[in-house]
Design a protein around this ligand. Structure first.
Ligand code: ATP
Ligand code: MG
Length: 352
């Protein structure tokens, strides 16, 4: 197993260092870690946020552990050279089309949620968002009409193979969880969504053990607040997934606890290639101070072992250690605690 480690900017290197320590503490046979430069750090060293040698490391690896990119002092650069292009470039170059964002409330942290504790405590869901299609990648433009009004447009489109592969990702994820998949669309209004729904229903024939339901996106937004405990896996398109996954993360609470995976093919027994990163950014306000909570990155490493290495037991061990540390009151500043980055890393390793 070859894991590329791209720490990036700001708190990226600090939180990634702790996740790497956790991986090393598991003493997994044949686990090889290879570092590469991304983001502002890579721009300063090589003149590009995603240099060719980094892409080469990514292509030779089984998975990528990613910290964060972002650097205000490089805002003057043309868009293609800005740090954020590193993660967008990796998604595109490596065909990472499935974004998985679990949202769970850890015991004792229910009060961090924007929801009432009795509702928040029931959240244990996974959003599977399509990343390479939809309105973000359709034809777009602006023009001035004959009568002088300005007009803008973005074409929403999905081809059936694009829907099919994300549907498979959703069903497989549901099989590994509570066996419930909710497909979110707007099929009452959108042709794209009607095709989405038809294809998801076709694919469902291959997963008789998964209970499939459909929900319109407006209702899904409401149900995420009203009754989030009813969801297991949500599968949805790029635009709806963008909005719902941010909503779900606020339903859960702290930014320092949430992990994500971006996957390429989800078929194949030995697991799919993927990029794993915390949902937070480079947090320049606390960078270099040893204050960042590394748990989101540590939990991303757990997702990496589960999805790309087929190491469910090791992934569960990491997650249990994080939960135990939180239960014992080990909390970073984002949780109102005072534990520093390394201290949290130590606490998780001690509980592995
Ligand atoms: P980006 O554009 O890179 O996503 P952002 O503007 O969304 O960045 P973040 O970098 O995610 O912002 O930071 C948002 C706030 O959350 C900041 O105040 C930051 O200090 C805090 N924060 C982010 N990650 C962590 C963490 N791991 N531990 C503690 N605080 C964090
Ligand atoms: Mg952000």
């Amino acid at each position: 197993m070859r894991i590329a480690v791209f720490a990036g900017d700001g708190i990226g290197p600090e939180v990634t260092e702790q996740a790497v320590r956790v991986l090393q503490a598991l003493e997994i046979n044949g686990l090889e870690l290879v570092e590469g430069d991304v983001g502002g750090a890579a721009y300063r060293k090589h003149g590009h946020p995603l240099p060719a040698q980094t892409l080469e490391i990514a292509r030779s690896a089984d998975a990528i552990l990613f910290g964060a990119v972002g650097d205000f002092s490089l805002d003057h650069l043309e868009r293609a050279l800005r740090p954020e292009q590193a993660v967008l470039g990796l998604r595109k170059e490596l065909g990472l089309f499935a974004n998985l964002r679990p949202a769970t409330v850890f015991k004792g942290l229910e009060d961090l949620s924007t929801l009432r504790p009795e509702v928040a405590g029931k959240i244990d869901l996974l959003i599977v968002r399509e990343l390479n299609g939809d309105v973000y990648f359709g034809e777009k433009g602006t023009r001035t009409l004959e009568d002088g009004r300005r007009q803008g447009w973005d074409m929403m489109s999905y081809a059936e193979d694009e829907v099919r592969r994300i549907a498979h990702a959703g069903f497989k994820a549901a099989q590994g969880r509570r066996g419930k998949l909710c497909s979110v669309d707007k099929a009452n209004v959108l042709e794209t969504s009607q095709l989405w729904r038809d294809v998801v229903i076709e694919v469902s024939a291959q997963y008789p053990d998964v209970q499939l339901t459909h929900m319109y996106v407006d209702n899904a937004a409401m149900q995420l607040v009203k009754n989030p405990g009813a969801f297991d896996v949500i599968v949805t398109g790029n635009l709806f997934g963008d909005i719902l996954s941010d909503q779900a993360s606020m339903c859960v609470g702290s930014i320092g606890l949430l992990a994500s995976a971006s996957l390429a093919e989800t078929d194949g027994a030995q697991g799919a290639f993927g990029l794993y990163e915390p949902i937070h950014g480079s947090a320049p306000d606390i960078a270099g101070k040893g204050l960042a909570n590394p748990m989101a990155t540590i939990l991303s490493a757990a997702m990496l072992l589960r999805h790309s290495c087929g190491m469910e037991a090791e992934a569960a061990r990491i997650e249990a250690a994080v939960a135990a540390a939180l239960a014992d009151g080990v909390k970073g500043g984002d949780l109102g605690g005072s534990a520093g980055t390394k201290e949290i890393g130590d606490a998780v390793i001690a509980r592995l």
